[in-house]
Design a protein around this ligand. Structure first.
Ligand code: SAH
Length: 244
């Protein structure tokens, strides 16, 4: 994954990129991120990147020209896919993460701040507007990081065990519960089946738990046409059980 984060607050993103899996992905060359300070593309004496809104109203608005200059600069070298972080955008989900993990172009994240960005950034660039959820953040930085984090972990080689992304939440179903040592904790035991050593029984238990979890917490995700025969059977049992 190659991407640029366009922001007025580089300090909001760099610490996150310097830890754990994101850090390792960069070391392995699987993630290339550049943090671009929008202020570096302001050329007036005071290096102004924001200004008062036309027509009045609260707060400040990020100026369009520095953002456009930054994009022009990056575009000189590479083909770009431009994503504008915005609460008004298409709601981000795992399907979009998976699609972005296959993107060949450099991805540019434009992070707004304050009241937002001069609308002409949108008019000029026609970016994809993406929202990470129905709430308003102070800036697009956290949204860009959420997207990068969720995309990078899908890139082969980033996580140690490639099977670990295959059966986790939103791959049709929510994940099954996980346990680690000790086997008994404050009177609570690990499900016996998990220490049975019987791989087939464990596999079935995990499937059952995943279907049950989804039915319980996010029934809206249960697209029965996409379920395997085994999962359908489990779902039928769970439904019958819940109707008793
Ligand atoms: N006045 C704007 C919100 C501005 S919030 C409105 O009501 O639509 C400031 C910046 O934070 C936005 O420009 C955007 O880049 C970012 N942001 C806020 N909420 C977001 C969300 N849910 N998803 C993605 N980006 C968001």
């Amino acid at each position: 994954m190659r991407c640029d984060i366009l922001t007025l607050f580089p300090g909001m993103v760099s610490p996150v990129l310097d830890e754990s899996i994101l850090k390792r992905a960069q070391a392995k060359g699987l993630l290339n991120v550049r943090i671009i300070n929008i202020r570096d593309f302001t050329f007036d004496k005071h290096r102004t990147a924001d200004d008062y809104p036309y027509g009045g109203g609260a707060g400040m608005v990020l100026k369009a020209e520095p953002v456009l200059k930054a994009v022009d600069f990056i575009r000189e070298e590479e083909d770009l896919r431009i994503l504008l972080m915005s609460p008004q955008g298409k709601r981000y989900n795992q399907g979009m993460a998976s699609e972005l993990s296959r993107e060949e172009r450099r991805i540019v994240f434009i992070c707004g701040h304050y009241e937002g960005i001069d609308e002409r950034v949108k008019t000029y660039l026609s970016p994809e507007e993406i929202s990470i959820g129905d709430y308003v953040l102070t800036g697009g930085e956290l949204a860009a990081l959420v997207i990068i984090d969720s995309v990078v972990r899908l890139i082969p080689g980033v996580l140690g065990d490639s099977t670990s992304v295959e059966d986790e939440s939103f791959n049709q179903l929510l994940d099954y519960p996980h346990y680690t040592r000790p086997a008994r904790l404050r009177g609570m035991d690990v499900p016996l089946v998990l220490v049975s050593g019987n791989h087939e029984v464990i596999r079935q238990w995990k499937r059952w738990q995943a279907v049950n979890n989804t039915f319980d917490k996010r029934p809206d995700l249960l697209d029965e046409t996409a379920l395997s025969e085994e999962d359908m059977k489990i779902l039928k049992e769970i439904k019958e059980e819940s109707e008793k």
